[in-house]
Design a protein around this ligand. Structure first.
Ligand code: TYD
Ligand code: MG
Length: 442
């Protein structure tokens, strides 16, 4: 809290990061006895969850946990231009086509612009109801008698404006107040409301992060604008599992669902190149194979560079240190570039072994076996640790024609052996030196 303007934040030391937020004077504390007592109930009783309403876009429904939940609020965040409006117009149109009432309120684009987009997406003939508006008082008036509305899309929450708040659209105060109002309307009218929010790379101060705790589900739409792949990732879901992903491909006619992401992520792989290894990952319930690429370049004089795209940048120095101390690989005078091909962001520790394989392959200038996949976590003493969902990873690898897998050694303690899918030869290793030993020495 700052009572007056300040240029520099005292807690993080950054300049120009403090946002002004005026606090409206509140009516005094409620008079004694003015509240109505709340009802308490027993734990044992009706616990029926409301039926879900699938949008018809399978990749979206999976991330939502099976479809939209009535009377819930969903935040869809992402970089500007990543495809949020496209995704939601497609989803809204698909739902409207099933006969449900769907409202799409655009505060960013005119009716004409949205109609043009609809035409491009081939959804112009759906009975979707479209409006261009930013005044939340007007919007609220139209949502108070929602009829049998199933879904209301607000694109975007940063353009909405409540005249009782004395600040501009997009400020924390406006975003928060407008969201609160819309969420109340959704609960009262039993429809699902989707709030679209732009997130900017530099932290999104006035962005949707402030309302993550207000909504029931938070989905982030990610991707690299240079790539056609888009990943919809669930980061919060009160009604289902998080960490699910939906995979899309941006085409000139909108977003196409990608039913088999592994094939897509591996499509451009060239077999015989040193510094490449295939990681058998799992995103949510879904196995995804991706290529990890490493490039080394000698840098004897300066501070060596470590550059990472698509993986946890903090884990690379740790892995390099382990490879050096426990695997005997010398990488301290070498620039290291690491890339997860295709634009997917991998956060599983299970990727360690694939990253290590790509690094050792690059260091020894020996390609990994083209039919090999890797997964396993690596600890500080060089041990290769167990990871979850071994069967799902192996099955996906076999499905895509891989014939070998390098994975953590099973420990005796009652660990069920992994199912061995047809044609997959398993190499279980317990230490990073086993991995290094599989490549010829320099
Ligand atoms: P958009 O949905 O407007 O992004 P957001 O709402 O997240 O800001 O998507 C904009 C980008 O998508 C733009 O660069 C053009 C591209 N695009 C396509 O490639 N194909 C299409 O069919 C559409 C509608 C957009
Ligand atoms: Mg948009």
């Amino acid at each position: 809290m700052h009572p007056r303007w300040a240029g520099r934040c005292e807690s993080c030391g950054e300049w120009n990061t403090i946002l002004e937020e005026t606090v409206a004077p509140r009516p005094g504390p409620a008079a004694k006895g003015a509240g109505r007592p709340v009802d308490f109930v027993h734990l044992d009783g009706s616990a029926e969850l409301p039926p879900r309403c699938p949008t018809g876009i399978v990749e979206l429904d999976r991330v939502l946990g099976g479809g939209l939940v009535p009377a819930s609020a969903i935040l869809v965040g992402g970089d500007p231009g990543i495809g949020k409006s496209t995704l939601l117009l497609q989803a809204a149109a698909a739902l409207a086509r099933t006969g449900r009432r769907v409202l799409y309120i655009s505060g960013e684009e005119s009716i004409e612009q949205t109609r043009l987009r609809a035409r491009r997406l081939g959804v112009q003939d759906t009975p979707l109801e479209l409006a261009a508006a930013i005044n939340l008082r007007d919007i609220a008036a139209s949502l108070r008698t929602p009829g049998d509305t199933a879904l209301v899309v607000i694109d975007s929450i940063q353009t909405m404006w409540l005249d009782s708040i004395d600040s501009a659209p997009g400020t924390v105060a406006q975003v928060r107040a407008c969201s609160f109002e819309l969420i109340q309307l959704a609960k009262a009218g039993r429809f699902a409301v989707v709030l679209v929010g732009h997130v900017t790379k530099d932290g999104a101060i006035a962005g949707p992060r402030v309302l993550e705790h207000m909504v029931d589900a938070v989905l982030y739409f990610e991707g690299d604008r240079g790539h056609q792949f888009r990943i919809l990732r669930g980061v919060k879901n009160r009604f289902g599992a998080t960490d699910e992903i939906g995979v899309f491909e941006m085409t000139d006619r909108g977003l196409a669902e990608v039913a088999n992401p592994s094939a897509l992520f591996l499509a451009e792989r060239h077999g015989n190149i040193a510094g490449s290894a295939v990681f058998a990952g799992v995103e949510g319930t879904r196995p995804v194979l991706v290529e990890v690429q490493a490039l080394l370049s000698p840098n004897p004089a300066g501070q060596p560079r470590r550059s990472v795209i698509g993986w946890d940048g903090g884990r690379l120095p740790m892995l390099l240190a382990v490879l050096e101390a426990r695997g005997g690989l010398r990488l301290s005078a070498t620039d290291v570039y690491l890339n997860v091909a295709g634009g997917l962001r991998v956060s599983e520790p299970a990727a360690d072994l694939a990253v290590a394989a790509a690094l050792v392959s690059a260091a020894t200038e020996t390609p990994t076996n083209a039919g090999m996949i890797y997964f396993g976590e690596i600890g500080l003493s060089g041990e290769v640790r167990q990871v979850t969902q071994v069967d799902a990873r192996l099955k996906e690898a076999a499905k895509l024609g891989f014939v070998q897998a390098t994975l953590p050694r099973r420990i005796a303690r009652g660990n069920r052996p992994p199912v061995q899918p047809n044609g997959l030869e398993l190499t279980e290793i317990g230490h990073i030196s086993d991995l290094v030993g599989a490549f010829p020495r320099e």
